[in-house]
Design a protein around this ligand. Structure first.
Ligand SMILES: Nc1ncnc2c1ncn2[C@@H]1O[C@H](COP(=O)(O)OP(=O)(O)OP(=O)(O)O)[C@@H](O)[C@H]1O
Length: 349
């Protein structure tokens, strides 16, 4: 659907310095998926997303949307493809002098759509985004969440293949953010629109994205399905951005205590290790820990645990200090976990 290949974007600042906002980025976005681009402020996310409709013409590299290489299109062809790429913004960008209805109608008017068709489409979109009783209001009479719904409806007016969302929920409170993300998910599922979503919040990625890339200083430092990235974050930036959502690291004091406990267990002829278990989907409900306790005489101490929902799939993480009568029982218990699709890793101390 969208192919970005070896894309770089440099800007020259007023003092003559060159800023490399995006450096040699390649990625592929599949039709119908919700693709997240996450990074801190200044990472290059907006610059990257603005190349998808060539609002930024990249310094190097190519962008292909639905088989069309944007680099090779003339102005007219670019306008046509841009009309199939909707965009929503953090600050909504609504026209204050137009009502909800007229804001949503604007892209259709610009395309010289017939009045009856505009009426039909806009009324349908207003219903889709849940603003029926607000259709004659002006932006100043709406809440932030309602304004963003207008922005979303306007972006959908020309039946886009792709919706680009640049921090669309950043100005909204958590509850309104959730409702707005639910709306985007509904649009993705019912209309099949591919969504590319820029955010600095892992919570947003967690709620609706299928895959995600993490950007840092203009480059992609990590990429994968949301589940992979949540389970095994590799890069320090990813781990830092995940810290608000899932806890991968514990305070050093706890690691010190664990090390002491393992040493004592070893002196007593027992076998002890710090383990991180991850459960996905229905396994969350399997009583694997009580089974390994009974069957293999493993004692365990839960140091940290949480269950999250990743786009409707439960994902649990548990850090335990396991103590076994001997290494054989410990290894048999790990095999049992493996056989039951529970992933584990020994945490290095
Ligand atoms: N038109 C421009 N001229 C000069 N520098 C620019 C321009 N646009 C972006 N930059 C610089 O490129 C870098 C990346 O900016 P960009 O807005 O893409 O980051 P971002 O990850 O979207 O951050 P934010 O979330 O704060 O918008 C920054 O250092 C920024 O100052």
């Amino acid at each position: 659907m969208i192919d970005i290949s070896h894309l770089s974007q440099a800007f020259t600042s007023p003092d003559g310095k060159t800023v490399h906002a995006v450096k040699d980025v390649s990625l592929h976005i599949n039709k119908g998926e919700i693709f997240g681009i996450i990074g801190r402020s200044g990472a290059g996310k907006s610059t990257l997303v603005r190349t998808i409709n060539f609002l930024n013409r990249p310094t190097e590299g190519t962008v292909t949307v639905n088989g069309q290489k944007l680099n090779e299109l003339n102005a007219e062809q670019l306008r046509t493809i841009r009309s199939k790429i909707g965009m929503i913004f953090q600050h909504f960008n609504l026209l204050s002098s137009r009502t909800v209805f007229d804001n949503i109608a604007l892209p259709l008017e610009l395309h010289n759509t017939a009045k009856e068709e505009i009426d039909r489409k806009v009324n349908h979109l207003i219903e889709l985004v849940g603003l029926t009783e607000h259709k004659d209001k002006y932006p100043r009479q709406l809440s932030g969440g309602q304004k963003q719904r207008v922005g979303i409806a306007r972006a959908l007016a020309n039946d886009p293949m792709v919706l680009l969302s640049d921090e669309a929920t950043s100005a909204l409170d958590p509850e309104t953010t959730r409702a707005t993300l639910d709306l985007l998910l509904k649009i993705n599922q019912t209309l099949g629109v591919t969504i590319v979503l820029i955010t600095h919040e892992m919570e947003v990625v967690k709620q609706i994205c299928d895959r995600v890339v993490v950007m840092d200083k203009g480059v992609i430092v990590e990429a994968g399905t949301v589940l992979e990235v949540f389970r095994h974050p590799k890069h320090a930036t990813t781990r830092a951005m995940l810290a608000d959502v899932v806890v991968h690291d514990m305070p050093q004091r706890i690691y010190d205590t664990v090390r002491d406990r393992i040493n004592v267990a070893t002196e007593n002829g027992r076998f002890s290790r710090l383990l991180r278990l991850t459960f996905v989907g229905s396994e969350v409900t399997l009583p694997v820990l009580s089974i390994i306790t009974r069957r293999y005489e493993i004692d365990f101490n839960i140091l940290q645990g949480q269950v999250e929902e990743l786009k409707g799939t439960s994902f649990g993480m548990l850090t335990i200090l396991a103590e076994s009568p001997n290494q054989d029982n410990y290894e048999a218990a790990l095999q049992f976990l493996k056989d039951n699709q529970v992933e584990f890793e020994e945490v290095e101390l």
